[in-house]
Design a protein around this ligand. Structure first.
Ligand SMILES: [Zn+2]
Length: 439
């Protein structure tokens, strides 16, 4: 059985290698998109009445609306719509199916679903993301589903299932006492949602294993549990040491890969910064000095605001008070990060809330808290493309970029909520959704 799996993996990687080859420009078919308004992901202002020439998988050129269109071109009329690059969600969990306490919370994901059910749900998640206009995800660990993300990535690349481009973090890394499942009888050996390590040697080994199995990023947890102290201040339990993190970062950087650090605040977040992480995930509460250190080190900030408004415990309980305090400090930190122009990327933590909910709801949160609509759009397009070392290829509509194109009916610069209603999705030059075709 195991041998068969290995053989299949080898076979799939051959398919994906073939898929990765660019088609020769000469014989690839031409599609021309007529864009009423074009937000290209980079520029400060939209342009009107543009023609986007798509040759095969790529954007070939962008010309004014009066340019003659070759007779053999397929024309897609989006002249009454706003056209944007495919969106990038930099913090997802395709293998998580919500954490609603009424449905068993986080633990039910691992205890009540086998790997086939989890793969089916991940398949659904990928389709959902794509239909909502998210053509790229940085999926930051599988929550106990091993290297399943790498295999879903293969299935998408070979065309077996529809889905976004996936940047996979595989298993995630934390320390003993640093992740769920927990709270069970001490005699029981419970499965964990991450790979548990203690000490720099184990840390480096885990990073090597994950990179060996196809991780595009390494995800580490620098904090775990959180609660309020007697003064009502948020405390979060630190997990990895600086030495452990440095071993992981050193290994990942050696492979030309990056490290995403889940961190709420305090000592754990400080260790994340001192250990050289590339992105801070959540960063609920950061001191001025920590924000300054991020700016100095060029650390990316992926705040994931919306998820901290779901599944609040009742108001009069310690957990309920903590849940409300978390949301409050997060807003302050986000505003401060905006003020000093930290490098912010759009991330939702979807999976932590159900995939049936809108993945675009984070835009509204960001704009409500003071981000300009254009900056919010760039946080989900050209900015994460830079973080993902894919500048010019992803998150932009420009010559040479992948033809990942979406459209909405109205103007998202006037009403950012338009992005919750994406009507057209093209990924890699293929149309997955077009509700604008006939009016
Ligand atoms: Zn997460």
């Amino acid at each position: 059985m195991r041998k068969a799996t290995v053989l299949l993996a080898v076979l799939l990687s051959c398919v994906s290698a073939a898929y990765g080859q660019a088609p020769s420009a000469a014989n690839a078919s031409l599609t021309v998109i007529r864009a009423g308004s074009l937000i290209d992901g980079q520029a400060d202002a939209p342009t009107k009445d543009q023609l986007i020439f798509v040759r095969g998988h790529y954007v070939e050129k962008i010309l004014g609306g009066n340019t003659p269109i070759p007779a053999d071109a397929k024309i897609i009329d989006l002249s009454s719509a706003t056209v944007l690059p495919g969106l990038i969600d930099s913090h997802t969990h395709i293998f998580l199916w919500g954490e609603d306490p009424g449905k068993g919370g986080y633990d039910a994901n691992i205890l009540r679903a086998g790997i086939a059910l989890r793969a089916a749900r991940a398949t659904y998640a990928c389709r959902r993301a794509l239909e909502q206009g998210f053509t790229t995800l940085r999926d930051v660990e599988t929550e106990g589903a091993g290297y399943g993300d790498v295999e879903i990535r293969e299935a998408i690349q070979e065309g077996t299932i529809p889905g976004p481009r996936l940047f996979c973090a595989t298993r995630g890394i934390s320390s003993t006492a640093g992740y769920n499942l927990e709270g069970y009888a001490p005699e029981l050996v419970m499965p964990k949602g991450v790979q548990i390590i203690d000490g720099p040697v184990e840390a480096r080994k885990a990073a090597r294993e994950q990179l060996d199995q196809g991780a595009d990023w390494i995800k580490v947890y620098m904090t775990h549990r959180s609660w309020l102290d007697r003064e009502g201040r948020l405390l979060s339990q630190p997990t990895l040491t600086v030495e452990e993190l440095r071993a992981i970062v050193d290994e990942a950087h050696g492979w030309g890969k990056k490290v995403a650090c889940h961190a709420y605040n305090g000592i754990g977040l400080q260790r994340g910064l001192d250990g050289g992480c590339d992105s801070i995930e959540h960063g609920l509460e950061m001191t001025d000095a920590q924000i300054e250190q991020m700016a100095r080190q060029g650390t990316w900030y992926c705040p994931t605001i919306s998820v901290y408004y779901s599944d609040w415990a009742p108001e009069d309980t310690p957990a309920g008070k903590r849940d409300r305090a978390r949301a409050l400090v997060h807003e302050t930190t986000f505003r401060e990060a905006l003020k000093v122009r930290l490098k912010i990327v759009y991330g939702t933590d979807v999976g932590g809330f159900p995939w049936q909910e809108s993945e675009a709801q984070e835009f509204r949160r960001m704009v409500t808290l003071g981000m300009s609509p254009m900056d919010a759009i760039r946080s989900a397009t050209s900015r994460p493309a830079e973080m993902l070392d894919s500048q010019g290829l992803l998150g932009v509509i420009a010559p040479g970029a992948y033809a990942d194109v979406i459209a909405v009916r109205g103007d998202p610069l006037k009403d950012i909520g338009e992005l919750e209603n994406v009507k057209f999705v093209m990924k890699d030059g293929l149309v997955y959704k077009n509700e604008l075709a006939s009016k």
